[in-house]
Ligand binder design. Sequence first.
Ligand SMILES: NC(=O)c1ccc[n+]([C@@H]2O[C@H](COP(=O)([O-])OP(=O)(O)OC[C@H]3O[C@@H](n4cnc5c(N)ncnc54)[C@H](O)[C@@H]3O)[C@@H](O)[C@H]2O)c1
Length: 283
Amino acid sequence: MSIRTIGVIGAGTIGRGVAQSFAESGFEVVLVDVSQAQLDSATEQIGRDLLVQPMLLGKPLKDDAKTVLARITTATELTALADVDFVVENVTEDWAVKRSVYEQIDTICRPGVIFGVNTSAVPITRVGSVTGRPAEILGLHFMNPVPMMDTVEVVSGHFTSEATLDTALGLLPEMGKEGIIVKDAPGFITNRVLMVTINEAIFCVQEGVASAEDVDKMFRGCFGHKMGPLETGDLIGLDTILNSITVMYESYKDSKYRPAPLLQRMVDARLLGRKTGQGFYTY
Ligand SMILES: NC(=O)c1ccc[n+]([C@@H]2O[C@H](COP(=O)([O-])OP(=O)(O)OC[C@H]3O[C@@H](n4cnc5c(N)ncnc54)[C@H](O)[C@@H]3O)[C@@H](O)[C@H]2O)c1
């Protein structure tokens, strides 16, 4: 099946980047979110990012920003995905929410259409089990900001077929990205390591060992990281960090994944980072 139209579900922090990246690469995109306000703000943000990111990357767009934006249509109903050739799902990191989406799109999308799960920690095999197409389900863990990151963690679930992996590994280079295959384990590789680091950095701030600014400064200065763990947490969204580390805590039954109480408190207070204008820093 030739892949020309991509269904992107969820127009939040990561979904809008996925939609932008596919559109920049010449694909038609149907972007679906339950919230019209979220779709409107995603479209506005994509418009701004299309102007800024190519300059930051030093790589001009192949087509002008207007043409790229025109490739993205939006909808609030999953039924808009009936004719898409490939799906990338990016809804809230909550199993009940994701499960309901997969049960619906399994009946809406054509048989054989592959579903890429963009999750921080939900097992891909579990997603496959609620659909009638477990061989066509794989993890596509895009990194934020998607248009600027060139590597994708590709997760092979228990039933993911070689054909599905081959299709995804062939599609990613069309977006200028490379996929690295990992096996299915909660948190995969990237988040199993990253979330523990961010969570532990939050414990350090909570205990008053150092300020958020100084923790981040050390990671930039001592290790040459572009961003420290708390800036990264604010970029990803502290609710997503909490959900991810909680999924790993529940999956591995290992106390090293227990969420920091300060993380929980900040999420309760809606201090979620960039997306709400305030996290460890003010935006
Ligand atoms: N933020 C990151 O850096 C990042 C990186 C990689 C993967 N992820 C994963 O991507 C997913 C989305 O994360 P995010 O940070 O973009 O979250 P977010 O909260 O910014 O966005 C989630 C979006 O999903 C929408 N949504 C909720 N239920 C829906 C439904 N039933 N149908 C359609 N849309 C629905 C919400 O309205 C919201 O716009 C999560 O699973 C997360 O773990 C996030």
